[in-house]
Design a protein around this ligand. Structure first.
Ligand SMILES: NC(=O)c1ccc[n+]([C@@H]2O[C@H](COP(=O)([O-])OP(=O)(O)OC[C@H]3O[C@@H](n4cnc5c(N)ncnc54)[C@H](OP(=O)(O)O)[C@@H]3O)[C@@H](O)[C@H]2O)c1
Length: 242
């Protein structure tokens, strides 16, 4: 029996998330366009449908527990299972130096980039556990979360010296490893993706890559076969240092 496979991408109304949904749709998956704003999400899903992709908007503010629970109920009712979860929604705030950092900014960034990824993953896991072949979970991290990068003065972004965003992505990397350990016996693979510096609203479109390039790491990890890795950190070319 040929069962239609479904991916949920959070923060999929624009940027790398929208392009990730597009590429997964082109790989014949049904894609659920998670977005906190109905108008923006519905518009993004409609645009993908015009390209021939089976894309459906799903209301999902990843920091709102009621919204996460409602999204789970909707997917349970309409599809009964989920094959891929891409925790892509993220924000970049608080670029002040560590000594000038405001805790409210750090908390805000962690709410979206870390705590919400845990909340969405735990809400969707009952659906992901029903997938066959086993589901894939992608945590969209960043090279700015790499401890090894920041320890290297020659790294091209070494001058980025702030706490909120890098610390949130370093924490997300640990979240990835811990889920991978727990879920290894189930066959569910959990990996962190580094999109690379990509032109999106997140950085005022200063990124040097296109969204097509920026989505590749997430898409590869979402489509891993059974022999693929789990508990790793990858860009589009392969493993990157933590
Ligand atoms: N661009 C880069 O160079 C780069 C590099 C490394 C990693 N990343 C990571 O890639 C991911 C996507 O970023 P992007 O560059 O595509 O940025 P973007 O264009 O700003 O997109 C971010 C997405 O996250 C959504 N989002 C934010 N808060 C949300 C919430 N509470 N609930 C639901 N959705 C929420 C946004 O929705 P709204 O439209 O409603 O705000 C938007 O859809 C992020 O995790 C980012 O950290 C980006």
């Amino acid at each position: 029996m040929n069962v239609q496979r479904t991916a949920l991408v959070t923060g999929a109304n624009k940027g790398i998330g929208l392009e990730t949904a597009r590429q997964l749709g082109r790989a014949s998956m049904t894609v659920l366009i998670g977005a906190r704003d109905e108008e923006r999400g519905a518009r993004a899903a409609a645009a993908l449908r015009r390209e021939g992709i089976d894309a459906r908007f799903i209301a999902l503010d990843v920091t709102d527990a009621a919204s996460v629970a409602e999204a789970h109920r909707t997917i349970e009712r309409d599809l009964g299972r989920l094959d891929v979860l891409v925790n892509n929604a993220g924000i970049l705030l608080g670029r002040s130096t560590p000594s000038a950092t405001r805790l409210d900014e750090v908390r805000h960034v962690f709410e979206v980039n870390v705590f919400a990824a845990i909340a969405v993953t735990n809400a969707m896991l009952p659906l992901l556990r029903r997938a066959s072949p086993a589901a894939r979970i992608v945590m969209v991290s960043s090279g700015l979360g790499g401890l090894a990068n920041h320890g290297d003065p020659a790294w091209e972004y070494a001058s980025f010296n702030a706490i909120a965003y890098p610390a949130s992505k370093a924490a997300l990397n640990m979240v990835t490893v811990q889920y991978a350990k727990e879920l290894a016996p189930t066959g569910i693979k959990v990996n962190a993706a580094d999109p690379g510096y990509t032109a999106t609203d997140l950085n005022g479109h200063r990124g040097t890559q296109t969204v097509e390039e920026g989505a590749r790491a997430s898409v590869r990890l979402a489509l891993l076969d059974d022999a693929g890795p789990t508990g790793g950190f990858f860009d589009a070319r392969g493993p990157v240092p933590w």
